[in-house]
Design a protein around this ligand. Structure first.
Ligand code: ADP
Length: 650
């Protein structure tokens, strides 16, 4: 067939073109992405065909003769002519035969334009976003060219040996012409496809400037695997490393890519290069930066992974691809399982994206577990990213793995820098110890002096130190690790620890060897304290947990820790001072003296003063004393008196 033939587009296609041109894409420049992707696919197809061993069973005429003589590099060339208002996109890929051209370009989408329009109607009409969502399921990318072109000419020559070049022309208004090229016309057409756009007058300025075109290419098609030359100059400069086999990539290449992605010129702390086939196909190249971007809560929105479909950027910083507590991970995900023109609306709540998210979460945790084998490196990670990471306590599916990655400073650490895992703790636990104890405090120094921890120090039982409010939520949510219950130290039952031998009896700084006063004298002292303090405390009782301090406060309910209580109160703007149990240490010298004084004179004012002083000191330690005046006044009064006694004694 040499004659020119004119074909009408099917009726639905006319409507469809109208929708496409007027309401589909918000960014007109997208047409270039579509054409470049088609060209890249055509080059890929050629490469695959050329690489495939020729099947001996192939029928006659079916043999794919990849143009072996033509060993010009596979590439995409874009040329613009400002004066002629034309733009040309050419590839030396697989090309099309006349039949293929009619089938692929003449008929919209193999999935069928009729069903496309039906879906469109059902969704409420050809209205911007809705249409955009549906279009993702149909291959109509080529037609986006009519957003900017008033007419399009395609010339193409299939890679097949006997293929005649063909020309296709259409203004996108309802018909197209197609003819086989012969003679000199045919000789001028090399293997591959050339698409020439005559731009609409108002689009010409925007799409004929090579620098602008290169920018559009870099924005949407930077990682296309073949060179894209605009006016002879390569526009896509960075290879899509994530699609390359790991062993071929050097450290420098990873670093270069990381810098390209994050603008961070430092090396990444770690690199995670994945190729996953099930339950969903995707490649990912992810990095853990050395420095957290989360300092002081800045840049809270600056996270997410860039989503690519077959090397084409679909969305930057997609936040559905990875859980928020792994927001420190930077990188790209590329999947073949999504259509190229999927819309952002369709991406949200997309099952496939969720599957990638779950798979990635698992992979990142497994990767961190490996990284943790190198303590120093993991400490570096922990220092920077743990604040974000700890929010993972809400990820129930990965709880075990998450818990294994937690690190704490502890009473057994040599210094503030030494980190301890739950497993470290368990490996050092006392023979019958079935609990992991922890305590919250503002600093290591404060915790070392915390009265609640005295018995732990005495018995040599390790206590994990928590310094950040979120740590409490983590412990509260996890409840246990392996079969060790996570237990706040202040909630520990003294009897659980009492039977353990003391660590270092000789060096004990406590009053353990002192005899407690008679029960009567003690009970009377407790009663006196309660009368003095009134409703400020719920109860005054003897403590079995104190060794060095005279007193401490306990939460009456027995399950909320004082720090959690404080967090809850500050969240509900409650400034009142909670009512607590005051525990006194009967073996402490001060308490013994007070018991004796009280026994001798149940109205002794010194006992009353001491009761208030001890209570307020305990409040001060817990951070609840808002007005220190009375406390300070009393201290000065006591100092005045004691200095008098001291002077006399001297
Ligand atoms: P999609 O790419 O989503 O299939 P398009 O409308 O963009 O939809 O393209 C339709 C078909 O036309 C492609 O699947 C391909 O077979 C063919 N095609 C488009 N551009 C080229 C090209 N440059 N070279 C070879 N074939 C092409």
């Amino acid at each position: 067939m040499t004659a020119q033939a004119t074909y009408e587009f099917k009726a639905e296609i006319k409507q469809l073109l109208d929708i496409l041109v007027h309401s589909l894409y918000t960014e007109r420049e997208i047409f270039l992405r579509e054409l470049v992707s088609n060209a890249s696919d055509a080059l890929d197809k050629l490469r695959i065909t050329a690489a495939a061993p020729k099947s001996s069973g192939a029928g006659e005429g079916e043999t794919d003769e990849a143009n072996e003589t033509d060993d010009a590099p596979l590439e995409i060339r874009i040329e613009a002519d400002k004066d002629a208002k034309t733009l040309t996109i050419a590839d030396n890929g697989i090309g099309m035969t006349e039949a293929e051209l009619v089938e692929n370009i003449g008929t919209i989408a193999h999935s069928g334009s009729a069903s496309f329009l039906r879906a469109l109607k059902e969704s409420g009409g050809p209205n911007g976003q809705t249409a955009d969502g549906i279009i993702g399921r149909f291959g109509v990318g080529f037609y986006s060219v009519y957003m900017v072109a008033q007419s399009v000419r395609i010339t193409t020559r299939s890679h097949r040996e006997d293929a005649q070049p063909v020309e296709w022309i259409s203004d996108g208004q309802g018909s197209y012409t197609i003819r086989e090229l012969t003679g000199t016309e045919a000789l001028a057409v090399p293997r591959g496809t050339k698409i020439e756009l005559t731009l609409k007058d108002d689009q010409a300025a925007e799409f004929t400037e090579p620098d602008d075109l290169r920018q559009v290419i870099r924005k949407h098609s930077n990682f296309i695997g073949f060179p894209i030359l605009v006016g002879g100059e390569r526009a896509n400069t960075v290879p899509a490393l994530w699609r390359e086999p790991k062993f071929q990539i050097t450290k420098d290449q990873y670093k270069e890519f990381y810098t390209f992605l994050t603008y961070d010129h430092d090396e990444p702390l770690d690199t995670l290069h994945l190729s996953v086939d099930a339950p969903v196909q995707f490649n990912a190249l992810c990095f853990i930066p050395k420095k957290s971007k989360d300092f002081m809560g800045f840049d809270r929105e600056d996270w997410g992974l860039d989503l690519y479909v077959r090397r084409v950027l679909i969305q930057r910083q997609n936040k559905d691809l990875i859980p928020q507590h792994l927001m420190f991970v930077r990188g790209v995900v590329d999947t073949e399982d999504l259509p190229l023109n999927i819309s952002r609306e369709t991406l949200q709540d997309n099952l496939l994206i969720r599957k990638i998210n779950t798979t990635l979460a698992k992979q990142v945790l497994a990767h961190l577990a490996k990284m943790a084998e190198d303590k120093d490196r993991y400490a570096e990670f922990w220092r920077e990213h743990s604040r974000v990471f700890k929010a993972g306590y809400m990820d129930f599916a990965n709880r075990e793995a998450f818990a294994g990655l937690l690190r704490f400073n502890s009473s057994s650490s040599a210094d503030a820098g030494e980190l301890v895992s739950f497993d470290d703790y368990i490996s050092r636990a006392k023979p019958d110890q079935k609990k992991i104890y922890f305590a919250y405090g503002p600093s290591r120094e404060a915790l070392k002096l915390n009265p609640h921890l005295e018995i732990f120090r005495k018995k040599g039982v390790e206590v994990l130190y928590l310094f950040e409010p979120i740590d409490e939520f983590v412990m509260d949510a996890l409840r246990a690790h392996k079969d060790f219950a996570l237990t706040p130290a202040e909630m520990a039952k003294p009897e659980d620890l009492a039977s353990l031998p003391d660590v270092d009896a000789a060096n004990a700084t406590d009053n353990a060897d002192q005899a407690a006063p008679e029960m009567d004298a003690l009970d009377a002292l407790f009663a006196r304290f309660k009368t003095v303090l009134g409703d400020a405390v719920t109860e005054v009782r003897a403590s079995a947990r104190l060794t060095g301090s005279p007193c401490c406060l306990m939460n009456p309910d027995g399950h909320t820790t004082s720090s959690m209580d404080k967090i809850m109160r500050s969240m509900s703007h409650d400034n009142s001072v909670p009512k607590k149990v005051l525990e006194l240490n009967p073996k402490h010298e001060l308490i013994r003296n007070l018991a004796a004084l009280n026994q001798a004179d149940p109205a002794d004012p010194f006992v009353e003063q001491a009761a208030r002083q001890l209570f307020e000191s305990a409040l001060l330690l817990e951070g609840y004393l808002t007005d220190p005046h009375a406390l300070v006044g009393r201290i000065q009064d006591l100092l005045a008196k004691s200095s008098g006694w001291y002077a006399k004694a001297k």
